[in-house]
Write a protein that binds this ligand. Structure first.
Ligand code: MGD
Ligand code: MGD
Ligand code: SF4
Ligand code: MO
Length: 741
């Protein structure tokens, strides 16, 4: 197996390395050519699914341009320090920067206790780094306060799958099943923009006549290619699912044998949807009864049917319930665990799956173990060489932690690693206030992100092509990120940073900066847990093009465990092996349109930009293609407010104001406005969003709030708010802190 290929025929000093794109959870397979900078890349040449990449030789524009950032002139290559609040950042040595952070940690903990120092991680971190950060919080800082941006991403789906199936693997089957399915219901997911090469699997399905039904308030590129588009009113997915289930029952489409053999709780759910008559579902969702009927028949009558959700229904106050509602439908139709059929959720960030398994969640230990489970504590403490009683209790979820920064009992010194919360957290005015109230903020990033700009110490870090590690892709397959070139001089990896910090806190003996060593420790820590990586090694990943977890340790005298591409064939991961139905009540979005805020704002992604935009707004080809934050609105709605194409449109909600360039399109519902969250400054969509949290998952309600709009300028005006336009609210979220989420 040649992973670092032979260099014959290449200019001297050049070599190629097989790795994966740094961005989304598709983890497209790429080949990096490096040596003398600049490095370049191309998709892995093999057709089919090579080396665990799901791109079949394709890449999206973000993937193609990923190496541009390795040598970007704005890249951070030296630590920065701010000597006093309000002062400028200046360059500093690593020793000075790390000493400064360690001193702040010690001072805060001496005065306010251990939990006054917290960490905020990211789903883009490799498994090794996510694991090390979780351990750093619990063992290095001995603090309960750590959570991460995946709380804003996968937490609703994670809570739902854990409750229904006993385990949270986003897709419990290989991604390629999509190509083989005869019917696919895709709810609030826009892979044509968010995972473009994955459309090859959808196209293949449609080429053999599969029915693809897309549920989205916008006729997205994905919806345009589908056989049916259900243009749902935002925030009403539960009513849709309950309505579909009602119809399935009424029309005799329920798989009674499956329900009897493999599930519990059906009667309560059957009763709970009895009042979801089709015309009621139509009234709430805006989807015609005939469409509902066709959809449920196509799903029920297909040999192989898939129901897939993504952020559309999940980033809601009822996001966990929405995922549960579609799981109810899938169970009633007898799909989960039947080969070729099933329910799944499309994970987002590069390591959105692995990043939620190994301990950077507030309530979690590695291997998807629970921090409040005495056996789990004993196991992990044993691996870490500490007393179980030294492990803290579960901490606060991401937004709750941010909401309480600098307050009595809240975090006062924080380390952010791989997230740009100023842009990506909801209710951004409040978050900015709270960040300003911190005693000390340290941020590790590649660039001076909007969050790093506020830091007292900024630490540069190695990029994807400069480090070793593992990433767990959208289908639960553990892949290797391989190093093609060294980081620029003076730049450390996050693992090195954490180990050096732990050392300064007198806890250095617990931490390694070597990715293989960290992975081997992660394997032991996860052994016997739900997300069991014990049988996965770097060498096996190389030899087998990735390994699907769970993959327990090889037992003496037995062959190695093959990994688990498909879950639930015989049993679900619940104590009795049966899946759980859950009755779900439809409540709708927290904020309903009213006279003052008459429309619904929903937020999401554009193809050319990634997340908070730190990386893609700095990529020339991408920012040239989409230079401004564009908000989509229907021409009828625009006309009512005198807004023309490319005019500036001001969006106003109860929490803030932001300005966007108008993109008029009849592909969106006339009562809905769509804004991307990839920009900061005056186009920061999260100034508008609501901090209402899902009570089960603590997921913010990014996908629906009430908004007012007006014309703010013409096509040639720059995107800018006057200071009199912005207003500032700093209301706290109406949330009691929860433990053990
Ligand atoms: N280009 C690009 N690709 C990405 C990312 C990126 O930032 N940019 N991020 C990655 C990450 S982390 C993630 S999580 C994934 C997310 O991938 P997706 O889930 O596909 O992305 P979103 O745009 O957040 O939301 C999907 C769709 O939900 C629709 N929607 C909005 N409100 C509702 C609603 O109430 N109900 C329903 N049914 N639909 C609704 C939106 O119109 C949108 O088209 O993408 C990954 N890939
Ligand atoms: N309104 C609205 N808000 C949303 C969403 C939405 O749909 N609507 N979606 C939510 C979702 S699904 C997500 S996933 C979040 C994402 O929100 P963020 O966490 O803000 O996402 P990123 O922009 O990926 O932030 C990662 C940061 O870490 C840096 N970085 C990348 N790799 C590394 C690394 O290896 N180490 C370190 N130290 N730094 C690194 C990047 O430069 C970047 O600044 O946003 C959420 N916010
Ligand atoms: S689809 Fe995702 S993994 Fe593939 S090239 Fe684009 S951003 Fe990278
Ligand atoms: Mo995400």
């Amino acid at each position: 197996m040649v992973l670092v290929s032979d260099t014959s025929g290449m200019p001297a000093g050049m070599h190629t390395v097989l790795s994966h794109c740094p961005y989304c959870s598709l983890q497209c397979g790429i080949e990096i050519t490096a040596g003398d900078r600049p490095a370049s890349l191309q998709p892995q040449a093999d057709a089919g699914i090579s080396r665990g990449g799901l791109n079949r030789g394709g890449l999206c524009s973000k993937g193609w341009s990923a190496t541009d950032l390795l040598d970007h002139p704005e890249r951070l290559t030296t630590p920065l320090i701010r000597d006093r609040k309000g002062g400028e950042l200046r360059e500093a040595s690593w020793d000075e920067a790390l000493d400064r952070i360690a001193a702040a940690i010690t001072a805060t903990q001496d005065e306010y206790g251990r939990d006054a120092v917290g960490c905020f991680g990211g789903g883009g971190l490799t498994n090794e780094k996510a694991y090390a950060l979780g351990k750093f919080a619990r063992v290095g800082l001995r603090s309960s306060q750590i959570d991460y941006n995946g709380r804003f991403c996968m937490s609703s789906a994670a809570a739902a799958t854990t409750r229904a199936f006993g385990i949270d693997r986003g897709l419990p089957f290989p991604f390629s099943d999509i190509a083989g399915a005869d019917a696919v219901l895709l709810i609030g997911s826009n892979p044509a923009d968010t995972m473009p090469p994955a459309m090859q699997f959808f196209d293949e399905g449609r080429s053999h006549g599969a029915h693809h039904i897309v549920v989205d308030p916008r006729r997205t590129a994905t919806a345009k290619g589908a056989s049916r588009h259900l243009q749902i009113r935002p925030g009403t997915d539960i009513a849709l699912s309950n309505g579909l289930l009602h119809l399935a029952i009424r029309e005799g489409l329920v798989d009674e044998d499956y329900v009897a053999a493999r599930t519990v709780g059906w009667d309560a759910v059957r009763r709970s949807v009895s009042s979801f008559w089709p015309d009621r579902a139509e009234r709430i969702t805006g989807i015609a009864v005939e469409d509902l009927r066709t959809t449920v028949h196509q799903l029920a009558e297909a040999d192989r049917a898939l129901i897939l959700t993504a952020r559309g229904p999940e980033q809601q106050r009822g996001g966990t319930d929405a995922a549960l509602a579609f799981i109810n439908l899938a169970l009633a139709l007898g799909l989960p665990g039947v080969e070729g059929s099933g329910w799944g959720t499309v994970t987002g960030q590069g390591n959105g799956q692995g990043g939620r398994e190994h301990g950077q969640k507030a309530d979690q230990l590695p291997g998807y173990r629970k921090l409040d489970d005495p056996e789990a504590r004993a196991h992990v403490a044993g691996v870490w060489g500490i007393d179980p009683d030294e492990l803290p209790a579960p901490g606060l979820s991401a937004y709750e932690m941010l909401d309480r920064l600098g307050t009595e009992g809240g975090v006062r010194t924080m380390l952010v690693m791989a997230s740009n919360v100023v842009v990506s957290a909801p209710n951004a005015n409040r978050v900015a206030d709270r960040l300003a109230a911190l005693d000390f903020l340290a941020v590790s990033d590649i660039f001076l992100s909007e969050t790093a700009e506020l830091a007292d110490v900024v630490l540069p870090t190695a990029q994807w092509a400069e480090e070793e590690g593992t990433m767990t892709n959208v289908e639960g397959r553990v892949l290797r990120r391989r190093r093609a070139l060294p980081p620029p001089e003076g730049v450390l990896t996050d693992l090195e940073t954490l180990a050096a910090l732990a050392d300064r806190l007198g806890r250095g003996k617990y931490f390694s900066a070597d990715p293989r060593e960290v992975f081997d420790e992660l394997r032991r820590a996860s052994s016997g847990g739900l997300a069991d990586y014990a049988g996965i090694t770097y060498d096996r990943i190389d030899a087998e093009d990735g390994v699907y977890w769970p993959c327990p340790e090889q037992r003496a005298g037995e062959a190695p465990h093959p990994g688990t591409p498909r879950l639930f064939a015989d049993r679900f991961a619940t104590p009795d092996g049966r899946a759980r139905f859950h009755p779900v009540v439809f409540r709708g979005a927290t904020e309903k349109p009213d006279d003052e805020f008459p429309y619904v704002l929903t937020t999401g992604r554009l193809m050319q930009h990634y997340q908070s935009g730190t990386q893609t707004r700095r990529t020339k080809t991408l920012i040239m293609t989409v230079p401004d934050a564009v908000a989509e609105l229907h021409p009828d709605l625009a006309r009512r407010h005198g807004i023309g194409a490319s005019d500036l449109v001001r969006l106003r909600t109860r929490r803030g104001v932001a300005v966007f360039r108008a993109r008029l399109t009849d592909a969106i519902r006339p009562d809905t406005v769509f804004a991307p969250f990839h920009w900061g400054g005056d186009s920061l969509a999260n100034l508008l969003t609501s901090p209402a949290l899902d009570p089960q998952s603590r997921m913010p309600e990014f996908k629906a709030c009430a908004v007012a709009i007006d014309r703010h300028g013409g096509p040639d005006d720059p995107i800018r708010l006057e200071s009199s336009d912005s207003f500032h609210t700093a209301d706290t979220a109406d949330t009691a802190p929860t433990k053990g989420i």
